[in-house]
Write a protein that binds this ligand. Sequence first.
Ligand code: OOG
Ligand code: NI
Length: 447
Amino acid sequence: MANSITADEIREHFSQAMSAMYQKEVPQYGTLLELVADVNLAVLESHPQLHEQLANADELARLNVERHGAIRVGTAAELATLKRIFAIMGMHPVGYYDLSEAGVPVHSTAFRPVDDMALARNPFRIFTSLLRLELIEDEKLRKRAAAVLSRRDIFTRRCYELLNMYDEQGGFDAAQAEEFVQEALETFRWHSHATVDAATYHALHDEHRLIADVVCFRGCHINHLTPRTLDIDRVQALMPEYGIAPKAVIEGPPRREFPILLRQTSFKALEEPIRFGGDSPGTHTARFGEIEQRGMALTPKGRALYDELLAAAGSGKDNLTHQLQLQETFSRFPDSDTLLRRQGLAYFRYRLTPVGETHRHAIRPGDDPQTLIERGWLVAQPIIYEDFLPVSAAGIFQSNLGDEARARRHGNASRDAFEAALGCPVLNEFTLYQEAEDRSKRRCGLL
Ligand code: OOG
Ligand code: NI
């Protein structure tokens, strides 16, 4: 199609529309955005070097538009249609996350852009979980949940028409793209009217709070949105001043000179009034706001070390204790970009300096980047982690499922079942980072 709107543009419109809708629905998320913007500005003002680094790595422009969201769906058909919707926005399923290990009866993927340009422009990601009804032990309840789910359609009729139109035309013009964003948005809107009676809601809720959240509503409401901050410790500390109650601990690795992976915290989910079938009143607790600080993507070797140290550190009861424990355990994780690179722990993107450009002819495939870096011909910039962490995700789920301790339920990963529901394999995140690194090396003549 000649005049078609790009996936990047559609994704950008959609993420803006989603953020505007969620600010209206959950005003505290708007407050969180203000806090994050204030902190990011202060960090950039007081760290001119970081400012320059981010600008050079094309990280600065996307900072203010960058966020992720999360949704939970109930059936394979819902997941498969979401895949079509997100594909039009240039978002593809990356990674498989098994949350059943943490007692949460879902498994998940992240829909996100995958190529360098799309990520630099707007890396909007949606963490998408599929309920695993088979983990409900009580057969009667399992069937009841399945029956409720089979009666709903979370997409508008017009949304399906537009999806088919897109397939036939091979694109959308401006008006169609705009209409598509509005129609797609409907699926993620909050509905305060449950589709079931109070007894059904409570039966599902008693099995697991999340099951009630997925099954009992008309759509798959966006349950949080997450802006990216440059100083998560500062935002966590300032939340109470802004009238926001943070969860107990920041998830992920400790604060470091050279940040790795992803650190996350959230405010606790709000208790919101709902109405059941028959119009009896109740409340539902599901929606919250989250913040994240992103660092460099780790190689399988780096990731194995991260997983090992995280498990060894355990969890502290309050954030200060927790962070101190992490700091101590993670002292084994090199905190220098040179070491991280030379030990093959993290991925980097290589660029020739202006001097390097003039010597391009002297660079041979297989040359040691280190020598060229020392000569001032080459710079290596860490590749930012664009994905999620299962242990952190479990922590985020848990803190928003109420603080009551739940028995750990042992499920097992079921990637095949997830991919069957999705209708395609999920992409491997390590392969994507490796390809990004290799592309950059090829551009420099190093591969
Ligand atoms: C998703 C929780 C996981 C994250 O950032 O790790 C997540 C959910 O609560 O549905 O969003
Ligand atoms: Ni999240």
